[in-house]
Design a protein around this ligand. Structure first.
Ligand SMILES: [Ca+2]
Ligand SMILES: [Ca+2]
Length: 86
């Protein structure tokens, strides 16, 4: 039994599961192209994709999960090794 509830982030999760697409998505989120994703960049992207249900706190939580070394930024390496943060 599969509940047919489409969460806004399911699309993002699917893209993240496809390793070949991850660098592309990373570049799309990395607005200032410094090779790292900041909390603001992730938040801006999630909200622009219509993830209205995702509050700032939830985004911060997601960010924390992906920022495995805790330096306050998600590097390409961290981005690619995080299998499914959602
Ligand atoms: Ca950046
Ligand atoms: Ca990091």
């Amino acid at each position: 039994m599969i509940p047919f509830i489409v969460r806004p982030l399911d699309v993002l999760a699917e893209v993240l599961l496809d390793k070949t697409l991850r660098p592309i998505l990373f570049a799309a989120i990395d607005q200032d192209h410094n090779g790292q994703i900041s909390l603001e960049e992730l938040r801006a992207k999630l909200q622009s994709r219509g993830a209205g249900g995702m509050g700032a706190e939830k985004v911060a939580e997601l960010f924390k999960q992906m920022d495995t070394d805790g330096d306050g930024f998600i590097s390409m390496e961290e981005w690619c090794v995080t299998s499914s943060p959602l």
